[in-house]
Design a protein around this ligand. Sequence first.
Ligand SMILES: O=C(O)CCC(=O)C(=O)O
Ligand SMILES: [Fe+2]
Length: 293
Amino acid sequence: MTTSNKTPFFLDETIGKDHLSFFRQHGYIHFHNFISQEQLQTILKEINAVQRYLINNNIDKVNGIPLKFGQDTDGSLMIQRIAFTSQYSEVLSNFLRDTRFTSILQLLNPYKGRIGEFEKDGLVVNHYVNHEKSAYSQLGWHTDSPRDLFLGSRILPMLNVGLHLDDCPFENGGLRVLPGTHNQGLFRLLFRKKYFIDNRPDKKEVGFDIKAGDLTIHDGRLWHRVQQSPFEGEASRRRVMYIPIVTGAYQPKDANSATPFYHKLARLKKNPNGNVNWSLAEGKAALVQKNIA
Ligand SMILES: O=C(O)CCC(=O)C(=O)O
Ligand SMILES: [Fe+2]
């Protein structure tokens, strides 16, 4: 089911009462046209520059968070998940100072939220593309909260704010959410579905007709997944930039931060699609072999 038939929301300046009540009830909200096409092009250019910098400098981990490598449609090495992206780009870091992000903090009331530029995984860029050598074309059901449990903290409310950088109509797959599941008990949060393994559509799930430049926000406790695109190659390309909005004690990460346990697990896990799960060195070696490095 898509949400596209509802009255669209826009975030021109601040969060309004209707935004707040929709978000409280459903655990997510979709804002159209959050940025202009010009801003979109600037952001895409910055992300490409960061990717180039990381690959050229053999960086495969940022503040303890592993980067996820794959192969793009033209055979070039690509990064399918970048963490702490704004650390490498002043433009992206400044973008997070947009006062509308400050206004989004209100969705966490009465908790006092802040933009987690240096916490959790910082500004994450997810880059999905569907083809044989891609490491990342879908993501199974999960909530974003149990990572806190793994790290030894209790679950605190948080938001994940996603800026969508490609058009993604409902039929192309993309983000699916289970409305209202942010208000479940701990048991349902942990066991409603099999974390990351279950990719099956749910009768009650909701998807979106996304245009590049739209913003979605979901509560960290909400169940969600990414549906694989039915298309291959360019038509399946989907880039989304996520910034966490967090509460509780300030927990910044730096170059000495340890790799969280669940990232080590993810690296060992056999990729269910039989896709590549490259280390940076393996990725570079594969390209040298093929003479496309
Ligand atoms: O790509 C998306 O829209 C969602 C990604 C996601 O849920 C995650 O990285 O935790
Ligand atoms: Fe998520």
